[in-house]
Structure formats: structure tokens, C-alpha cells
Design a protein around this ligand. Structure first.
Ligand code: FVH
Length: 298
């Protein structure tokens, strides 16, 4: 007796840059019928030997599958590529990095053109695509039905994390996590600068830094607890007043090492402002209120 095989749904992929190509290759390798289109045709043609059907236009590619995955440079390129294309009845999944407002506008555009819409924020770089242990995933937001319908297919190249019906939430989560990453890289850059002119092996510092950051990062859970409770003194170990008293040591050390304080100073300024508002017994959580423009004590 023939084994029962479930036919895999066909997928259309618009955009075959580094990321789009990596995504396309995993669907092809997993046996999904794939139609591809790219502005520069050579990138699409390169996938034909792997079994991709190459469309001559974005419109032709969109017509080929109910599920259309878009991974272009930016929102402007998405607008240009989809302009004038018939998307009626299509399930559009846009993995292009966007702002939350752009994602919401794209969802409105899709709805008004007869399509369903899911936005995605990719938390991975191309070498992580299709590598299950690599830890990459995509934030999805928008239509919950659409996410459920295509979760299995979308889960082939990367893990999937659905963050809500608001189409802008995937982009918001994406940017929030990447913003925290840049803050961490900024701190590490300052640390390396401090030792740059000394006889200290950067690799030795890197090992210490990595362990230290891993030890410190669970503090974000305490921050979340304090935000939820509206009590920024809850569980405080290192009160703001004590931390502000230590900031001149950091600034003097930077000066003595000939290092610009420009990455640290803005954060220290916020800490001092919060202290001046009376937040001395708090954790660093009060700084968040200054950033969102509330400015007052909660
Ligand atoms: N690569 C990465 O590390 C990051 C990881 C996190 C997520 N990002 C975002 O993914 C989107 C695509 O990124 P990419 O790495 O594929 O980018 P490129 O290799 O530069 O390819 C860009 C594709 O977009 C096409 N394109 C650009 N402008 C237009 C346009 N006006 N009309 C039509 N297509 C356009 C470009 O086509 P071509 O140059 O080959 O003709 C590529 O297909 C992106 O949002 C990242 O932020 C990646």
C-alpha cells in the first residue's frame, strides 16, 4: 500500500536578497512548491535548479500561490513591488523590516485590496535560517486565523512567535529587542575602549564581559515586575541614589583612560534626573518613565 502523503501548500516568495534566498532555499529543501520573483532576475534564476518556479513579474508570482511571502529591503520597496498587483484572496506575509506604523498601514492596504495580512519581524541572520538549533525565530502579528493556517509552513525556515492581532506588534517587538541589543553593544564598546591602550587581551575581557552580561540580564524580569506593580522600590538591591553616587567614578575612569563618555553620559543624566525627582530608593526602572515622556513619579 502506498504511504499517505500530505501535499505541501505552494508558496510565493517576493524578494531574493540574502534573507529571501535563505528562506526560499529551506522551503525548496523541505519539498514546498515555490514560485519566486526578484527585481534582479539572476537571483531568481539561481534557484531554478533547486526546483523553484521563476515568475516573470511580481504579479505573475502573486497569482501562483495563496500564500505570498514578501522579504524586500524596506517598506518603500514593498510599496513599489505590490503597486498595481492583484492581491485579492491572497494571504500576504510581510517579513520586510518596517516600523509599527508602516506595518499597520500595510495591513490596512492589504485589507482594502482584498487580501489578508500578517506582519513578521525576523530575529535571525541568514546563516541561522533552516538551522533548528540556531535559535532564530520570527515575530508575527496581524490576523490570528492567518497565522494558524500557515504556522506549519512559516515554521519551516525559522521558529514562530505570535505577538498579537495588532499588525504593528511584530515590528514593535523586533525593534524593542534590537534596541536592547544596541544598548548592550554600546556598553561593550565602552568597556573595550577602556582597556584599548592597556596590556589587556581583548579576548580575556570578552570572556569576562559575556559572563557578566549573562549574569546581569535576568534583572529585566525584576524591571517588568516593578512596572506591572507600579512600585519601583520592590526588591531593590542597588538603589538609584547609591548608583548615582558611583557615576563620577565611571566618568573619571573614562577620562583617565582617554575614553569619550558619550555612550554612558546620556544614561547617567537620566539617572540623575530621576534621583532629583525623589527616586533615590528605586531601582533604575524610573528612567523608563523619563523616556516615555511621563517625567513624573509614578
Ligand atoms: N540580512 C540580515 O542580516 C537581516 C536580518 C534581520 C531581517 N533583515 C531584513 O530582511 C529584509 C531583507 O533583507 P536582505 O538581507 O534580504 O536584504 P538584501 O540582501 O539587501 O536584499 C534586498 C532585497 O530587496 C530587493 N529590493 C530592494 N529595493 C527594491 C525595489 N525598489 N524594488 C524591488 N525590489 C527591491 C532586492 O532586489 P535586488 O537588489 O536583488 O534586485 C533584494 O531582493 C530587510 O527588510 C532586512 O532589514 C535582514
Amino acid at each position: 500500500m502506498e504511504p499517505h502523503t500530505v501535499e505541501k501548500p505552494s508558496v510565493t516568495m517576493l524578494g531574493l536578497g540574502a534573507m529571501g534566498t535563505a528562506l526560499a532555499r529551506t522551503w525548496l529543501a523541505a519539498g514546498y512548491p515555490l514560485t519566486v520573483w526578484n527585481r534582479t532576475p539572476a537571483r531568481a534564476a539561481a534557484l531554478a535548479p533547486n526546483g523553484a518556479r521563476v515568475a516573470n513579474s511580481a504579479a505573475e508570482a502573486v497569482a501562483a500561490s495563496a500564500l505570498v511571502v514578501v522579504c524586500l529591503l524596506d517598506d518603500t520597496s514593498v510599496e513599489e513591488v505590490l503597486a498595481g498587483v492583484d492581491v485579492v484572496g491572497r494571504d500576504l506575509v510581510n517579513l520586510t523590516t518596517s516600523t509599527p506604523a508602516q506595518a499597520r498601514a500595510r495591513a490596512t492596504w492589504a485589507r482594502s485590496h482584498g487580501a489578508r495580512y500578517l506582519d513578521g519581524g525576523i530575529m535571525a541572520v541568514p546563516p541561522m535560517i533552516g538551522v533548528p538549533g540556531a535559535g532564530g525565530y520570527v515575530f508575527y502579528s496581524g490576523s490570528p486565523e492567518l497565522f494558524e493556517r500557515h504556522q506549519e509552513t512559516l515554521g519551516v525556515p525559522l521558529g514562530t512567535t505570535y505577538v498579537g492581532e495588532d499588525a504593528g506588534f511584530a515590528a514593535l517587538h523586533d525593534v524593542a529587542l534590537l534596541s536592547a541589543m544596541y544598548g548592550m553593544f554600546a556598553g561593550a564598546a565602552h568597556a573595550f575602549a577602556l582597556i584599548r591602550r592597556e596590556d589587556i587581551d581583548p579576548s580575556a575581557l570578552a570572556a569576562l564581559l559575556a559572563d557578566w552580561l549573562v549574569a546581569m540580564i535576568p534583572a529585566v524580569h525584576q524591571t517588568a515586575d516593578q512596572l506591572r506593580a507600579g512600585d519601583y522600590t520592590r526588591g531593590v538591591v542597588s538603589p538609584l541614589a547609591m548608583q548615582v553616587a558611583g557615576t563620577p567614578t565611571f566618568l573619571r575612569t573614562a577620562e583617565q583612560q582617554g575614553v569619550s563618555p558619550e555612550l554612558l553620559s546620556p544614561y547617567f543624566d537620566l539617572m540623575r534626573r530621576r534621583l532629583a525627582q525623589g527616586g533615590g530608593e528605586e531601582d533604575l526602572t524610573g528612567v523608563i518613565d523619563l523616556l516615555v515622556g511621563d517625567g513624573g513619579m509614578s
